[in-house]
Write a protein that binds this ligand. Structure first.
Ligand SMILES: [Zn+2]
Length: 427
């Protein structure tokens, strides 16, 4: 999701923000609890997660299952044996544009093995491994989190647009101007940024952000202030990225503007955002993740039991589980927003990204969170769901290939030149 915002802390601390937006292995290692992994905002308002806690808890084993699938499918030490794993070969080709020689070496330009491609595969594998490390060992295992537990919010209303100027303790600044009404408070527009002696106040940097250029029209400032009572910090947002007032409360990121997502999806919604603060990183899941606006399935198991998961011609997108938004945001969290730009979203988007087979597209895919999500989902599906043999035969159940974005009757024996997303199945 877009990266238009920047954070400012109170006082004088400029912080970077960039944004954007499961169940089966019996042998799975134990994972940390939700509360071990995140500081969950309590309650049901201002981003509180209480009413979603059961759903969130069920997300974790499903993310673990997808991560384990991703680790297995991207292992750079597989060597020649990768040629026997058609599921890995096909998905590595369509999602990340890898091709391999008979010894399992990734091929670069001119179809020769290259160190760059080997290292790209290793880095993709490393991202999946970081997710595993986080799930199983917690935030202390991730160096870039600096021993600071990330927060998890279940709506962006923990950070709402405000005109009020708050002090460092989170209290409104009392207006001390001569002639000011008793009990009145300053706004971020009118609070003095210099004291009576002309010296800049502690909050000079922050408030000057909101006071230029001076403007009488409240809907025409360059920047708008978003305040977090939990962190006692402001986020400064350019006018173009200002959240919509949708009539259901304050202006906040999850309310839109709702312009993201594929153009053929009528209800484009915001799902999640990750921020990197000095105090603590945060993940915000929007309410749309948890309800009927979100992905189709609550768990991998529910999805697996749906008949269309073992039917040809089913869209990969329709197999999405609600946990994938958290997995997507966890990639931003663990690798950093700067190194994980959202180049494409949704299954058709990520498959389209590598269709031109250009080096720049390969690089973009290797950093793109949704590529990780749908790559691992596609691999997991083929591995865990088979097509039953026709009745009255002794045939074994057969593989279902999801690597082109739709379920098909066979896992192809190797990469083919034109294997982008298709709109319907071939059987
Ligand atoms: Zn994102």
């Amino acid at each position: 999701m877009l990266s238009l915002l920047s954070f400012m802390a109170l006082p004088r601390v400029a912080v970077l923000l960039s944004t954007l937006l499961l169940f089966s292995p019996a042998s799975a290692q134990s994972i940390k609890s939700l509360d071990d992994l995140f500081t969950l905002k309590a309650g049901d308002s201002k981003g509180g997660c209480d009413k979603y806690k059961t759903q969130l808890t069920a997300f974790l084993p499903d993310i673990q299952a997808l991560v384990d699938a991703g680790i297995e499918a991207s292992d750079p030490s597989t060597g020649a044996a990768i040629q026997n794993n058609k599921n890995a070969i096909t998905n590595l080709f369509t999602f990340y544009n890898f091709e391999f020689d008979n010894d399992g070496n990734p091929l670069g330009k001119n179809k020769n093995p290259t160190r760059q491609e080997k290292s790209r595969l290793g880095s993709i594998h490393g991202t999946f491994n970081d997710l595993k490390l986080f799930l199983e060992n917690g935030y202390t295992a991730i160096e870039r989190l600096e021993n600071t537990k990330p927060w998890l919010f279940c709506d962006s209303s923990w950070l709402e647009e405000t005109e009020t100027a708050y002090d460092e303790d989170g209290n409104p600044e009392q207006n001390t101007d001569t002639g000011a009404a008793a009990g009145s408070t300053y706004t971020v527009r009118n609070i003095p940024i210099k004291d009576a002696q002309g010296k800049q106040t502690d909050n000079f940097e922050l408030y000057s952000e909101f006071q230029t250029p001076a403007n009488a029209d409240p809907d025409n400032w360059d920047k708008y202030a978003y305040y977090s009572p939990d962190f006692k910090l402001y986020m400064s947002t350019p006018k173009a990225a200002r959240a919509l007032d949708n009539g259901s409360g304050g202006r906040s990121w999850c309310n839109g503007d709702v312009t993201e997502g594929p153009s053929d999806v009528p209800e484009k919604r915001r799902y999640g955002i990750t921020t990197e603060w000095m105090a603590s990183a945060t993940i915000t899941l929007c309410p749309s993740v948890f309800g009927s606006d979100g992905a189709n399935w609550n768990t991998l198991n529910d999805m697996k039991n749906d008949a269309r998961s073992s039917t040809y011609g089913t869209a990969l997108e329709s197999r999405s589980i609600k946990a994938i938004t958290l997995m997507h945001e966890m990639i931003h969290l663990l690798k950093g927003n700067d190194d994980t730009p959202d180049a494409a979203t949704y299954s058709d988007g990520v498959l389209g990204l590598t269709k031109d087979q250009k080096a720049a597209s390969r690089t973009a895919a290797s950093k793109n969170p949704d590529t990780y999500v749908y790559f691992s989902l596609s691999y997991w599906l083929t591995k865990n769901i088979k097509m039953p043999a026709p009745a009255n035969t002794n045939n074994a159940p057969s593989d279902i290939d999801w690597s082109a974005g739709v379920s098909k009757g066979e896992v192809r024996p190797g990469p083919v030149a034109d294997s982008g997303p298709e709109t319907d199945g071939d059987q």
